[in-house]
Design a protein around this ligand. Sequence first.
Ligand code: NDP
Ligand code: 8X3
Length: 253
Amino acid sequence: MKKIALITGATSGIGEATANLLAENNFNLILTGRREDRLSDLKEKIQHESGSEVLTLKFDIRNSAETEQAINSLPDNWKNIDVLINNAGLAVGFSSIADGATDDWGRMIDTNIKGLLYITRLVSQQMVKRGEGHIVNISSIAGRETYPMGNVYCATKHAVQSLTKGLRLDFLKHGLKVSSVCPGAVDTEFALVRYKGNEERAREVYKGYTPLNAEDVAETILFVVTRPKHVNIDDILVMPTDQAYSRDFNRNE
Ligand code: NDP
Ligand code: 8X3
C-alpha cells in the first residue's frame, strides 16, 4: 500500500519538486498552497505521469482556522498521513532591523513558525494515536548561521531548528520520526518573493556560482523519508559545492 505524504507549499520550488519525486516513488500526495491553479495543474500532471493519487488543499497556512478546516475536510481514507513535509515558507525583505518593515517580519514569523506549528499540531494528533509517522521540517543554512540583513528570516529558521528538536523529544515516546532538512541556496521562486517581484534583483542572488536546484533538495528529502523504521535522520545540511557557509559567494549583498 502506498504511503501518504502531505507537502505544504507544493505550488513551486522545493515543494513541487518533492511532490513529483515522491509520486515517482510510491507515495500518494496531499498538496497544499494558496495558488489553486498551480495545485490543479500539478495534480493533473502527477496523476497522468505516475500511478499516484493526489488530493489538493488550498489554504493560507498563516490562518489557523483555515488550516484546521482544510485538515478536517480530509476524507477518511486520506486522514492517516504518514509523512508531513513542512516546506511552505519564505523570506521577505533584506535589511537591517532599523530599516525593517514590520509587515515583512509578520509574514515570515506567521508563515515559517506559526504556520508550521498550526499544521504540525493537527497532523501529529493522528500520528500519535497510530504510534507512527514522520515530520520533516524544511529549515535552512539560515537556521544554523545568521547573515547580515537576514536577521528575522534567519531567526525564523533557527526557530524551526529548535522546534524540530522539541518535536523529536516530545514524540520520542510515541515512535514518531522527526527530521530537519537544511538547504543552502536553491534556485526557486524564493528570491523573487524575498525581493517582492523584482526579477533583476532576484536573478543577482544566483549569479557567479552554481546553486542547488529544487530537485537536489527533493532527492535529499526522498532519502530522509525512505530510511528503515529504526533510522531517523535528525538534521541534514545540503549545500551547493560553491557555498561553504551562509554568505561566501558573490551575491552582491
Ligand atoms: P518558493 O517560493 O519557490 O516556494 C514556497 C512555497 O511556499 C510556495 O509553494 C508557496 O505557495 C508556499 N507558501 C508561502 N507562503 C504560504 C502561505 N502563507 N500559505 C501556504 N503556502 C505558502 O520557495 P522554495 O521552494 O525555495 O522554499 C521552500 C522552503 O525552503 C521554504 O521554507 C524556504 O524557507 C526553504 N529554503 C529555501 C532555500 C532557497 O534558497 N530557495 C534555501 C533553504 C531553505 P503559495 O504561494 O501558492 O501559497
Ligand atoms: C534560504 C537560503 O541563504 O538565502 O533559506 O537564507 S538563504
